[in-house]
Design a protein around this ligand. Sequence first.
Ligand SMILES: NC(=O)c1ccc[n+]([C@@H]2O[C@H](COP(=O)([O-])OP(=O)(O)OC[C@H]3O[C@@H](n4cnc5c(N)ncnc54)[C@H](OP(=O)(O)O)[C@@H]3O)[C@@H](O)[C@H]2O)c1
Length: 282
Amino acid sequence: MNEHHTPILVLGGTGKTGRRVAERLRARDLPVRIGSRSGDPRFDWEDRSTWAPALDGVGSVYLSYYPDIAVPGAVDTVRAFAELAVRTGAGRIVLLSGRGEPEAERAEQAVRATGAELTVLRSTWFMQNFSEDYMLEHVLSGEIRLPGGDVPTPFVDIDDLADIAVAALTDDRHAGRLYELTGPHSLTFDDAAAILSAASGRTVSYVPVTLEQHADELRGHDVPEEVVELLTYLFAEVVDGRNADTTDGVREALGREPRDFASYAGAAAATGVWTATPAAIR
Ligand SMILES: NC(=O)c1ccc[n+]([C@@H]2O[C@H](COP(=O)([O-])OP(=O)(O)OC[C@H]3O[C@@H](n4cnc5c(N)ncnc54)[C@H](OP(=O)(O)O)[C@@H]3O)[C@@H](O)[C@H]2O)c1
């Protein structure tokens, strides 16, 4: 597959998963090109003229779309990018997808139809959303105010996801595979809050709110309307119980057990991320 000395393009290479993928590839002395607006050359999903320079000389791609593979227009954009990648010799694609999202599955199909040598990482919600994304603020405020009801979610540790992405980018055995990725346990937000409290030394509670309350609270924090709509869609479509079961994806891909939420929470707490005040991260 990838002639390992051609650069591997890591889209979203400064983001939550891409950063971890890039770090692991570099640790193996593999050449990495970061595909993001701060990359060199710059890559911008919204400026197609930046795509070919970013793909120049590349043999394989970690494809993480931004902001979310379920937003309107994502399927067409991801398809157009994958067609260009295949045409320019970067036909080995590891696609980050979302579990239980019809739009994400359409994007998977679109990439597969380009003839790419594809590995799909169809992932549930990341554990790291509590420490590296918008739920960090909830943890710091002591209240996880989300419209998650009492539906359990089998959060996945993206260190596992990144290990799988690197395996797929470097080993032909993963070509053509679809890995459905979850952690080892399905947790309600109440369960997650209890584990986060124990790890962080803070009192963190889950406060269920309605979709409408959640949207209003986001708007009250000046969150852009498109993000409000995306989160409302995700909570309505993805956190309704259909994605509550755990899967064997991590074990299938890596031959080992997935990391659990308590291990994640302990590691995140050790970084000091939950000792900041809410204002400090704005
Ligand atoms: N969060 C979850 O729980 C979850 C679960 C399953 C699947 N996913 C999928 O994961 C993907 C990434 O989501 P994420 O929340 O984890 O984001 P993320 O990777 O943390 O997003 C930030 C990255 O995107 C880059 N970026 C931002 N705007 C860009 C643009 N216009 N063009 C190119 N790059 C851009 C950023 O770099 P620059 O600022 O330098 O451009 C950064 O590298 C989405 O497709 C989502 O569907 C997420």
